[in-house]
Structure formats: structure tokens, C-alpha cells
Design a binder for this molecule. Structure first.
Ligand code: NAD
Ligand code: UFG
Length: 333
């Protein structure tokens, strides 16, 4: 079985590629390297002993993309590629709509043309909007999104539903990730954001390594257990393994559209993460409490029951693993 992995050199794509290779799947990676680099390819090889085939191609370039479909007989596509900085999507909506939507539409067009009708898509908990209940269940459906990044994820989910309605030979898994953090235990793969990190764990790591003096904690007056925001942090390797399970599901089913949360089902607060990081790694994280960040919700976490029952997938890693592996990667890099 040949699998095309778009965004395969990115944070989640690279971890998933390793898990797929461990299961002996043949993979082809495509990435334009706008948020990754070719060293990731070397590191995938170091972990798996195999160098995957790689195309440096921008998915918005349909002609270049078609070359991959002409040169290879593909069975499945796992689609990670996209821009993912929520704040930047608010400032540069056209850049985000163009890149993330056109890439996906080109990909779907090529899949249809070359009769590749099995797809796993990276969605996000952000598509729930603000449903009122912090425990997000797939049956809640999509809500009102609050930024272009989230709106595009929601639109793509709708496009996939429309596509399936038009031709029920498609088999599609939509995976809604919660907050992936952590890194590969080898220290060879992880997340290295460009510029000032937006997300909590990358920021904590830059404080730990002395690149930044302190962490800003955005609010400690939320109605949560300690007043700081609560999220469902999940180890990136567990997320990666969720893709292998989703792939097995769509192989088995043959057709249909299936949506799953990938989360632990546990809400950890910002303070929980800071305290655990300090305890596990023996590194102090100085912090200041600042104002709430606009657009943040107080608390949400996944109901992962559906993925457990239908994909036979459960998280294996703890919050301690997430903190240890993140720091190990940061120290190595
Ligand atoms: P990432 O930025 O590390 O990986 C995305 C990869 O896609 C990068 O390597 C980038 O170079 C590539 N890319 C972007 N645009 C491209 C294009 N036009 N053509 C070819 N390659 C392109 O991000 P990630 O954290 O690995 O996220 C992967 C997917 O998961 C994204 O779709 C993201 O929106 C989604 N997601 C991520 C999170 C998270 O917290 N990391 C949460 C929910 C959903
Ligand atoms: N936070 C801080 N200080 C920081 C960064 C974050 O206190 O420097 C807090 C936030 O206020 C929030 C929590 O840490 O309470 C988590 O924030 P992140 O930015 O790490 O993650 P978000 O939950 O805001 O967003 C993430 C991804 C989105 C995705 C969403 C889906 O970044 O792409 O999860 O659940 F849409």
C-alpha cells in the first residue's frame, strides 16, 4: 500500500511517517518546506533506517502536484500540509485561505482524477467553536469558528462531506486534534516554530533554554481549577498512532466518512503543564500572569470514546512523557 503524506516533513507529519514506516507502509512525502526543512528527512531515516521518497512541491502548484500522481500508483493520501498559526491567519487571511484551501482542492481534484479515494485529513478541535460544554463530542457537530484558520478547517470538512455525498466510493477519515505537544523519544523529531512561538509548549521550551526570560500566562481568572486555561494536551506520537489506526479503518470500511477526536480526554491547566515540566526536567520556568489572550476559551477537552471504540486507539503517553520528550528534543536541537 502506497501512501502520499502531504506536509510530511512537518511536526505531526514526520512523526506519523515514522509510525507508518514502523508498520511497513510505503510512503511518499511531499512538502514545500515553508515550515520545515530537509534535515527532517535525514532524521526520519536515522530512526527507521529507510529514506522515504520525497517531493519538494507546493500543493498550490497543480501541475507539479499532478507529476506525483502520474509517477506513482497511490492508494491513500494523508493530508497534513497547511499553514497553522492562528494569530497570523487573522492578520493574513488571504494567505491562509489561498494556501490551505487551494492546496486541498488541488489535492482532491488529483485524487479524483487518478482514482485515489482514500483520505485522512488533519482537522482540529477548533471546528467545534464554543459549544458551551467543555467536553467536545463528535456528535456536537461544527460550531461558529472564531478565526480564518478555524474557518478553513471547518470549510474543508464541509467540502469533504459534499465530496462524499457526490460519490460514495470515497473513504475519508477526519481527525480533530486537540493540543499535540511532545516529541519523538529519540530527540530527532519535534517542533521548532519560526520566530516567537504562539503555542504554550514551544514557548515554555524557549524559556527553559534561556532564549526567553519568562513565560506569559494569559490569565489566571478563568473559572477553572486554578484559574488558568485548560486544554487537552496530547503526545504527538499518540496523535501519529491515531493516523495508523484511521488508515486501518478506511482500508477496512472501503467507503464512508468518519470523524474522530484525537485527544486524551483529560483537561490539564497551563499551571499543570508548567509545574509538570519543572518537576520532570528539573528546570525552572519563570512566569508572569498577564491579561487573557483574545479568542481563548477557558476550558475544553476531548471525549475520545468514539476513537477508542471504532479505531481501537487510546493514548499511551502521559503528561510527564510530553514534558520530558519536548525538553529532550529542545536540548538536542
Ligand atoms: P507543521 O507546520 O509542522 O507541518 C505542516 C507542513 O506543511 C510543513 O512542513 C509545511 O512546510 C507544509 N506545507 C504548508 N503549506 C504547504 C503547501 N502549500 N505545499 C506543500 N507543503 C506545505 O504543522 P503540524 O503541527 O505538523 O500540523 C499538521 C496539520 O495538522 C496542519 O494541517 C494543522 O493545521 C493541523 N493541526 C495541527 C495542530 C497543532 O497543534 N500542531 C492542531 C490541530 C490541527
Ligand atoms: N498560553 C499561555 N501562554 C503562552 C501560550 C499559551 O498562557 O505563551 C495558554 C493559552 O492562553 C491557552 C493554553 O496556553 O490557555 C494553550 O494555548 P496554545 O496556544 O498552546 O493552544 P490553543 O489551545 O490556543 O490552540 C491549539 C492550536 C490551534 C488549534 C487548537 C485546537 O494552536 O491550532 O489548539 O484545539 F486550533
Amino acid at each position: 500500500m502506497k501512501i502520499l503524506v502531504t506536509g510530511g516533513l512537518g511536526y505531526i507529519g514526520s512523526h506519523t511517517s515514522v509510525e507508518l514506516m514502523h508498520q511497513k507502509y510505503e510512503i511518499i512525502l511531499v512538502d514545500n518546506l515553508c515550515n520545515s526543512n530537509e534535515k527532517v528527512l535525514e532524521n526520519i531515516k536515522k530512526i527507521t533506517q529507510v529514506m522515504p521518497q520525497f517531493y519538494k512541491i507546493d500543493l498550490t502548484d497543480k501541475v507539479a502536484l499532478e507529476k506525483i500522481f502520474k509517477e506513482n500508483t497511490l492508494d491513500v493520501v494523508i493530508h497534513f500540509a497547511g499553514l497553522k498559526a492562528v494569530g497570523e491567519s487573522v492578520k493574513k487571511p488571504i494567505k491562509y485561505y489561498t494556501n490551505n484551501l487551494i492546496s486541498t482542492l488541488n489535492l482532491l481534484e488529483m485524487m479524483q482524477k487518478y482514482h485515489v479515494k482514500k483520505l485522512v485529513f488533519s482537522s482540529s478541535a477548533t471546528v467545534y467553536g464554543n459549544p458551551g460544554n467543555p467536553k467536545y463530542t463528535e456528535s456536537m457537530g461544527r460550531g461558529q469558528t472564531v478565526n480564518p484558520y478555524g474557518s478553513i478547517k471547518s470549510m474543508i470538512e464541509q467540502i469533504l462531506e459534499d465530496l462524499y455525498a457526490s460519490d460514495n466510493r470515497w473513504c475519508i477519515a477526519i481527525l480533530r486534534y486537540f493540543n499535540p505537544i511532545g516529541a519523538h523519544e529519540s530527540g530527532l523529531l519535534g517542533e521548532t516554530p519560526n520566530g516567537i512561538p504562539n503555542n504554550l509548549m514551544p514557548y515554555i521550551m524557549q524559556v527553559a533554554s534561556g532564549k526567553r526570560k519568562f513565560l506569559n500566562i494569559f490569565g489566571n481568572d478563568y473559572p477553572t481549577k486554578d484559574g488558568t486555561g485548560v486544554r487537552d494536551f496530547i503526545h504527538v506520537v499518540d496523535v501519529a498512532k491515531g493516523h495508523v489506526k484511521a488508515l486501518e479503518k478506511i482500508k477496512k470500511e472501503g467507503h464512508g466518512i468518519y470523524t474522530y477526536n484525537l485527544g486524551n480526554g483529560i483537561g490539564y491547566s497551563v499551571m499543570d503543564l508548567v509545574n509538570t515540566f519543572e518537576r520532570v526536567n528539573g528546570v525552572k520556568i519563570p512566569y508572569k500572569i498577564t491579561a487573557r489572550r483574545e479568542g481563548d476559551l477557558a476550558e475544553y477537552f476531548a471525549d475520545p470514546t468514539k476513537a477508542k471504540e471504532e479505531l481501537h486507539w487510546e493514548t499511551e503517553k502521559t503528561i510527564e512523557d510530553m514534558c520530558r520528550d519536548s525538553w529532550n528534543y529542545e536540548k538536542n536541537n
